[in-house]
Structure formats: structure tokens, C-alpha cells
Design a binder for this molecule. Structure first.
Ligand SMILES: [Zn+2]
Length: 303
């Protein structure tokens, strides 16, 4: 099997004023779509959220992880994605059910909202090793309903970094043809002219999806964005789906459900099935195991 070309590539202008990261994630998104048995627009919605979360994670410190949470009134209800600076990611999307009423208001400048509709997006940053420091959370309203644009607003509003984001997932039926994206940021010291030039180059990328599918390496995307601005690649990292759920975690979750509820499940279903939202793995607890757990919890509560 060929090695996956899914990766992010980070670079910085030789002047040190502008940094960027480009992502190629076609196989990753296809794999996640199959895992969750998604079709059509759900694949695109999850794909954009996953690539967006990876863009955020790419500028996290080692040991940190981020959680991107998008909630909207449009065709998508919610996406939750966990991503880490080591390039691992997991996540899921919930579509709005057909017939469920959706918002039809207009954006501030009178336009139509994108597929996410109105709502908000938040980025939670946590440290794995450090339980003491509080997680940092930045939340912004969705101004356009398009995830790429609203992520740009997130960086400007919540982190005060002028940023441009591009996300693209193109499909052939239910198959992902290409999936990728980029984030470009002006750092302190960047001149207005430099920022304008980068913005101009971005506006000239006719189809981000085409650019991603034509070239398996993100370097082509970076070259299109930076053009005559010299840059150096500072990091290249393969991307991978990874979920940290386990039988032990599921058992802990069942303990929290409580004896009374577990007895009701035993009575009704004779077994318990817990599905991990992030990876769609199903954990089954047999009648015997369920009885043993209840007995154990009863014992613990009487001693
Ligand atoms: Zn899982």
C-alpha cells in the first residue's frame, strides 16, 4: 500500500512576518466518512470541520490539544472535532433532520448564510499533562455560516491575528476526490503591503479544491499563496485519525449512569451497547457483565 500523502506543511516568510500552513487530507476525510457512514453534504461538513480543527492544532504547543465545536441553525447542527499538534484528529458531525425548521435570517450585509446558518463556533484549548491550568476557550458567533470565513473571523476576533482560511472538500458522488485547506497569518511586523499581496494571491487561487486535488503535496498550495514572497518550510507532519476511547473508559461512563438506570437497562435490553460518537466504535456489555457491574456498584455503596 502506498503511504498516505495526508499531511500538513507549515512555513514562514524569510522576513518572519507571515506564516502559513497548508493541509492535504483526502484519504483522512474519506476514511472518517466511511467510519461514520456519512454521505454527501455530511462528508463535506465533517471534512471542513476536521481540516479547520487541524489548522488550529497545527499552531498549538506540544502537549496541548484543541476541541473545535461548531453549532449552527443551517443544514448542519453540530460538529465536534478534537485535534492535536501531533497531527492526530477525531470528530463527528450531526446534521439537522429533514423537516426540522431552520433559520432564514440574513447576514449583517443582507446576504444568505452558508450551510452552517447562524450559531457559534468555539475553540477549547487544553493541556494533557497539566490539570491545574484552566482550559482556554474562545467563542465567536457565526457571521456567514461558511466555516472557512467564520474561522478567519475567529482568529481576528478571539486571538487578534489577521488571518485567512481556505477549506475545500470536493466529492464525486459520496467519494472524496480531494480535501484540504490553508491558514495564512500576518504576524506582528507584517506591513499592510505584505498582507495585501498575500490576500491578493489567495483571491487568485481559482479553485482551492482543484489545487488540492492536482497536487498531493501541500507545498504547491503554499507556493500559490506566497508566490514571490520567499518562505521556508518549518514543519511537515503526517495526519492520522485516532480515538482514545477504550473499554475502560466505557465502563467508567457506565458507572456514572448509576445503579438504578443500569438495572433498568438490564431489565429492558439484557445488555448494554455504548457507541463512541468520535469513532463509531460500539462497545457491548453482556447480561453477565452488566449484572457483575451492578453487583459491584451495590457492594461499593453498602460498604
Ligand atoms: Zn472512539
Amino acid at each position: 500500500m502506498e503511504a498516505s500523502s495526508d499531511r500538513w506543511m507549515k512555513c514562514i516568510s524569510t522576513q518572519g512576518n507571515i506564516r502559513g500552513v497548508a493541509i492535504q487530507a483526502t484519504e483522512l476525510i474519506q476514511g472518517m466518512a466511511e467510519r461514520h457512514q456519512l454521505k454527501g453534504q455530511a462528508v463535506q461538513g465533517l471534512g471542513e470541520a476536521v481540516i479547520g480543527a487541524l489548522l488550529v492544532a497545527s499552531y498549538c504547543k506540544t502537549g496541548q490539544r484543541i476541541n473545535l465545536n461548531v453549532q449552527g441553525s443551517g443544514i448542519y447542527k453540530q460538529a465536534l472535532v478534537d485535534a492535536q499538534p501531533d497531527g492526530t484528529v477525531r470528530g463527528y458531525i450531526i446534521e439537522r433532520e429533514k423537516g426540522e425548521s431552520t433559520s432564514i435570517s440574513k447576514t449583517e450585509d443582507g446576504g444568505d448564510f452558508g450551510p452552517w446558518g447562524e450559531g457559534y463556533l468555539s475553540v477549547l484549548r487544553t493541556k494533557d499533562s497539566d490539570e491545574v491550568s484552566k482550559p482556554y476557550i474562545g467563542t465567536v458567533p457565526l457571521l456567514t455560516g461558511y466555516l472557512a470565513k467564520d474561522l478567519s473571523f475567529y482568529w481576528v476576533q478571539s486571538e487578534q491575528i489577521p488571518s485567512a482560511v481556505g477549506l475545500a472538500v470536493s466529492m464525486d458522488g459520496d467519494r472524496v476526490v480531494s480535501a484540504g485547506g490553508f491558514l495564512v497569518q500576518a504576524l506582528p511586523g507584517a506591513s499592510a503591503a505584505e498582507v495585501r499581496m498575500i490576500e491578493h494571491h489567495i483571491s487568485e487561487i481559482q479553485s482551492l479544491a482543484e489545487s488540492v486535488s492536482d497536487h498531493s503535496s501541500p507545498i504547491h498550495l503554499l507556493s500559490q499563496i506566497f508566490q514571490s514572497t520567499a518562505f521556508v518550510v518549518v514543519e511537515e507532519k503526517p495526519l492520522k485519525f485516532q480515538c482514545n476511547c477504550s473499554w475502560e473508559r466505557v465502563q467508567r461512563a457506565l458507572v456514572l449512569v448509576g445503579v438504578t438506570e443500569l438495572e433498568a437497562i438490564l431489565e429492558e435490553d439484557r445488555s448494554a451497547v455504548v457507541k463512541c460518537d468520535f469513532c463509531s466504535t460500539e462497545y457491548r456489555m453482556s447480561e453477565e457483565e452488566l449484572r457483575a457491574l451492578i453487583a459491584q456498584l451495590r457492594g461499593a455503596s453498602t460498604t
